[in-house]
Design a protein around this ligand. Structure first.
Ligand SMILES: [Zn+2]
Length: 354
């Protein structure tokens, strides 16, 4: 009996410290704590985010107090505090390795989904090494990168003729297909017949940024639907998936109450969908923000989200703690005050990567 108890105890201990089989990270771009609270009020009932353990995130880059998305994403993906405007580069402009590359080399599948353009700061730091303003280099790095699934906007810049709906001759889309990617358009339709062995999948689901969730165009999908369709193209185990709710930031830059509410509701639905799609005992879920945008405050309303009134104090990023929420396998390792670069270090420790 005692031996049985010992074995049981041992298995419980080893279960709680087992490395996760999947990592799912949701980034709310520009989502401060007040945005998070607003998203919970809007979805009512018991929001999925309340399952998570909470840490306070620090995000200052190497050269300023207030960060942009590129420097924050470089801290998160590469563990390096760099200068604003740098995506996948250290402060001297030298390339730094993304966790996507590190895990891919160790046999993981890596995937990123965003409703922003593919060359925005956050996705660029995942696969590119360029300053944020260097769209040409970011496009070249996209074509050269090795990712299992990438979903973003920016189809027009990649060479889709907006009038014919067809890829331009010798454009970036054609080069992506030639390099071995299955390339998909607005509704996840194939843009090319398969060319040889498929290296991975790339879907470009809007011409530029996806429109705000409250004013989507007829050919655009809500973020949760984009994620649902994307998950038909990839699955665990050993999946490292990053989903960015990018448009919270844009809605906050222009202080658009209706748009930010719609984006935050889409963020909550996306978190719910991801929690429903992966085994909680074997998956590490992280939710975090790169920075706060707009200085959003809720100054009136009730808990049923009736007559909510929002006030803004800025049209730009602000300096504040950002949420770092964790849940599932390995989540106990995230606690206290953490810089975004610490999240990278802890992640690699949990996954046993030296
Ligand atoms: Zn911004």
């Amino acid at each position: 009996m005692r031996a049985l108890l010992f074995v049981l105890l041992l298995s419980i201990v080893s279960l709680s410290f087992a490395a996760p089989d999947n990592v799912v990270i949701v980034i709310g771009d520009g989502m401060g704590f007040n945005h998070l609270f607003l998203s919970e009020l809007l979805c009512g009932g018991s929001p999925a985010t309340r399952l998570f353990r909470v840490s306070l995130g620090l995000n200052s880059p190497a050269d300023a107090l207030i960060t942009d998305s590129a420097a924050a994403a470089t801290a998160l993906f590469s563990g390096v505090r760099t200068v604003n405007n740098a995506a996948g580069l250290d402060p001297s402009g030298s390339p730094v390795q993304s966790v996507a590359t590190v895990l891919k080399e160790r046999g993981w599948k890596v995937a990123m989904i965003t409703n922003a353009r593919y060359y925005d700061g956050t996705p660029a730091a995942f696969y590119a090494h360029a300053f944020r303003t260097d769209d040409l280099q970011i496009t070249e790095d996209l074509i050269a990168c090795d990712i299992d699934l990438f979903v973003a906007g920016g189809l027009e810049k990649l060479g889709l003729n907006p009038f014919t709906g067809k890829p331009k001759k010798n454009g970036a889309l054609e080069r992506l297909a030639a390099s071995g990617y299955g390339v998909y358009g607005l509704q996840f339709e194939k843009l090319f017949e398969p060319i040889g062995e498929k290296k991975g999948s790339m879907a470009f689901v809007s011409m530029g940024d996806n429109s705000f969730e409250n004013v989507l165009l007829p050919n655009e999908m809500p973020l949760p639907e984009i994620v649902r369709k994307s998950l038909e193209l990839i699955a665990g185990p050993r999946l490292f998936l990053v989903v960015e709710a990018a448009r919270i930031d844009d809605a906050s830059h222009i202080n658009d109450d209706a748009a930010v509410k719609a984006e935050l509701l889409a963020f909550q639905k996306t978190v719910g969908l991801l929690l429903d799609s992966f085994d909680h005992s074997r998956t590490l879920f992280l939710i975090l923000a790169d920075h706060e945008t707009g200085g959003l405050s809720i100054i009136m309303g009730d808990e049923r989200a009736i007559n909510l009134e929002i006030a803004w104090c800025s049209g730009d990023h602000t300096a504040s703690y950002v949420p770092i929420l964790s849940y599932g396998a390995g989540s106990e390792s995230f606690s206290g005050f953490l810089h975004l670069s610490d999240v990278h270090r802890i992640l690699l420790e949990i996954l046993g990567v030296k």
